[in-house]
Design a protein around this ligand. Structure first.
Ligand code: FRU
Length: 325
């Protein structure tokens, strides 16, 4: 008995690579499991703005009631998002923005604040004195420009903290040859600010190869649970700190549903951030473990409910059969 969905949500995802994007999708599905009348269709642009534009147009053509989009690059993806919005499709930007002001709501962390927080932490850690290398995400993605801008702003009041080199890591954990060169050119570097934990981990490896791992402190961003993710890196001392940046899948679906149900919603939905370091990493890990257990409980209950409903339906069929004879 396939029922027509009441609402169709299209989701244009810049990439599905890596656990952070997976956590985002898991969060969406978790929230959607309470709304079986809502259908989600996701297309993965594989970090390609051209492809993402085509996919957004395809989603709109296929008929959707709302578009959620996490744009790869802010400028190139903007026209397709604007087109959708102009056609009356509500648009929820998730995690990254476009350059266009035409959207319905934004859900995600404040990336300026992420950069500022990293700068403040670096200043304290280095006692306001030292050379820094910054590893940026993909140029042209809003998270990169905002984290960079926030970091630069945050450092302004510390004249003895200098960014001596900037390299781009394109958000990936691929080896960073440019970083190795930068470290060789500036062997006295005291700290690396990596725009995400994946690049932070790659930075640790580069430092280790040059025998600098004990000298260089690393700050990353994301603070995800799981092996080799932010919490684990901080716990094992590979990173000194990670600035939490939540994927926000649940929040995006909640905002989307408020818009669809014509309920009040906020246009800017900023997810909070916090520095994770040796002082609170255990607590953070315990919290995420607890959340995962609770999630498993919810799934078990939902399974049980479905089985009960199926049993009830078949008993009714038998009952009606008996009554008819
Ligand atoms: C994952 C990711 C995260 C980062 C975010 C920024 O694709 O690179 O590591 O925080 O995207 O948009």
């Amino acid at each position: 008995e396939s029922q027509q969905p009441t609402y169709r949500i299209g989701f244009s995802q810049c990439s599905t690579a890596g656990p952070w994007r997976q956590a985002m999708l898991d969060g969406m599905k978790r929230e959607l499991s309470f709304h079986p009348d809502v259908e989600l269709r996701m297309l993965d642009a594989h970090d390609n703005s051209q492809v993402q534009q085509q996919q957004i147009r395809e989603l709109v053509r296929g008929g959707i009631d709302l578009l959620i989009v996490s744009p790869y690059e802010a400028g190139p993806v903007a026209p397709a998002v604007e087109e959708a919005f102009r056609r009356g499709v509500p648009v929820v930007l998730l995690d990254r923005r476009t350059t266009s002001p035409h959207y319905t709501a934004y859900v995600g962390g404040d990336n300026l604040e992420v950069g500022q927080t990293a700068a403040r932490y670096a200043a304290r850690l280095l006692n306001r004195h030292g050379d820094i290398i910054e590893i940026l995400g993909t140029p042209g993605s809003s998270a990169t420009s905002e984290r960079h801008q926030g970091f630069a702003q945050g450092l302004q009041q510390y004249p003895n903290l200098r960014v001596v080199s900037q390299v781009t890591g394109d958000w990936t954990e691929k080896k960073l040859p440019a970083l190795t060169k930068a470290l060789q050119a500036h062997p006295g570097v005291a700290l690396i600010f990596a725009h995400n934990d994946g690049m932070g981990r790659a930075a640790y490896e580069a430092c280790q190869q040059l025998g600098l791992a004990q000298k260089v402190k690393i700050i990353g961003v994301d603070g995800l649970a799981g092996k080799n993710e932010g919490l684990d890196l901080v716990q094992r001392g590979l990173e000194t700190a990670s600035v939490l940046y939540s994927p926000g899948g649940e929040d995006a679906i909640r905002t989307a549903l408020s818009i669809l149900h014509k309920q009040p919603y906020k246009r800017e939905n900023t997810l909070g951030t916090i520095v994770i370091d040796s002082t609170n990493v255990r607590t953070m890990q315990q919290q995420t473990d607890k959340m995962l257990t609770q999630q498993e409980d919810i799934e078990r209950q939902q399974g049980l409910l479905q089985r009960l409903q199926a049993t009830y339906a078949s008993q009714q069929t038998i009952l009606y059969g008996l009554l008819a004879t």
